[in-house]
Design a binder for this molecule. Structure first.
Ligand code: NAD
Ligand code: GLY
Length: 368
């Protein structure tokens, strides 16, 4: 990891381009170096009604020589749709944006995913920069080039792999993030620690025990940079998710089923991932891959992060199991799980017997 401009710099190397991810404090005010090449280009900044009043002016001040227009979308996952996408296209066409124009996504994963998809399709593809402002988007959504909008029949159903030109992560933006959103982001951080293992896992374990909050900038900066580094390594090897990248779905097979079952109303994505991580470790224990002490450790980390990890009362385990078996992500008609032997030793498995899956769900259930 190289330090540049008082920030960590991680380079994401893909088949078509290499781009930097900058992680630092106060980068919104001090990111003019990122925009130097944009001075002659037309730029459309996309944000939402919550984030724009907090950070748009700060960013505009950092790029005074760049011709920038702004589009503010409604806030919420329900607006990650065709209507918002069309608003971006309308603005681009109406403003006569050409192929050398840029989009900037300023916001969480929702703004980032829509803006990235608009960039990948407008005039067959224009450049874009990600400026993520939630912990979840900083450690996951903004890096790696997955873009999407939702379809009424399914989440992220319309999308593309399309890498940004740069990702600018200003850790200071987390100071205004609602606590619940911050904790949800910690679930993805724990996911990376489980994927990577080693001292990263041990250090995070300790940091969580001590407590991490959004103002712990000196803890968060290297933590976020490390997650981006881990993701960059995986994306470099498998940009289009033909194999290895699927490891990033650790806990997600369970999480997606929970989210679908509750019509995306009960949990934030990271909250569902927290339960999913616990279930994935329990399943690994049941199959004889991992030790029970690992499940206890993960439960402890999630608790320290303020995240519930048990399947709550009110969720029908039978229904949840059925939902999982019908998951659209089933490959060759088999449900694929990410399992682990230990932190840093994760693997894909499509051979999980339904009986053991059900037993795991019952064990992870918090009811009596
Ligand atoms: P989000 O974008 O909805 O942001 C969460 C909330 O926080 C929103 O209300 C937002 O306006 C607000 N917010 C954002 N930054 C803020 C700040 N600094 N201060 C105050 N409020 C702020 O949700 P998210 O968790 O960032 O992202 C979830 C989305 O990301 C989902 O649509 C998911 O599908 C997608 N995602 C994509 C990838 C990927 O690889 N592309 C990976 C994971 C998730
Ligand atoms: N969020 C999982 C991925 O980017 O592949």
């Amino acid at each position: 990891m190289v330090k540049a401009n008082n920030a960590y710099q991680i380079d994401v190397i893909t088949g078509e381009n290499t781009y930097p991810v900058y992680v630092g404090e106060g980068l919104l005010e001090h990111c003019s170096f990122v925009f130097e090449q944009l001075a002659t280009r037309q730029v459309l900044m996309v944000s939402n009604e919550t984030v724009a009043p907090l950070y748009m002016d700060k960013l505009l001040n950092a790029m005074p020589d760049v011709e920038t227009d702004c589009l503010i979308l409604k806030d919420g996952e329900q607006y990650k749709n065709f209507t918002s996408l069309q608003k971006i296209y309308d603005k681009l066409i109406d403003g006569r944006y050409h192929r050398d124009s840029y989009l900037i996504a300023l916001g969480g994963g929702v703004v980032g995913d829509i803006t990235g998809f608009a960039a990948s399709t407008y005039q067959r593809g224009i450049a874009y920069i990600q400026i993520p402002t939630t912990l979840l988007a900083q450690v996951d959504a903004s890096v790696g080039g997955k873009t999407a909008i939702n379809h009424p029949l399914g989440k992220n159903m319309i999308g593309s792999f399309y890498q940004p030109e740069a990702v600018v992560i200003d850790v200071n933006t987390l100071r205004t993030l609602p606590e619940r959103e911050f904790k949800a982001g910690l679930a993805e951080v724990i996911k990376y620690a489980l994927l990577h293992g080693g001292t990263f896992f041990d250090t995070l374990y300790q940091q969580l025990e001590e407590g991490i909050d959004a103002s712990d900038i000196e803890v968060l900066k290297p933590l976020i940079a490390k997650c981006c580094r881990i993701k960059a390594d995986i994306v470099r090897q498998d940009e289009k998710e033909t194999g290895l990248r699927a490891l990033l779905n650790l806990g997600h097979t369970f999480a997606h089923a929970l989210e679908t079952l509750s019509a995306y109303k009960r949990w934030l994505h990271g909250e569902a991932v927290a339960i999913g991580l616990y279930c994935a470790v329990l399943l690994s224990v049941k199959l004889g891959y991992a030790k029970l002490s690992l499940a206890e450790k993960v439960a402890h980390m999630l608790s320290c992060a303020g995240l519930a990890y048990k399947i709550p009362v009110g969720i029908d385990v039978e229904q949840l199991c059925d939902k999982m078996m019908l998951d659209k992500k089933i490959k060759d008609k088999r449900l694929q799980f990410v399992l682990l032997e230990a932190p840093g030793a994760c693997f894909l498995n499509s051979e999980v017997p339904e009986r053991l899956l059900k037993e795991t769900l019952i064990e992870a259930f918090e009811g009596d």
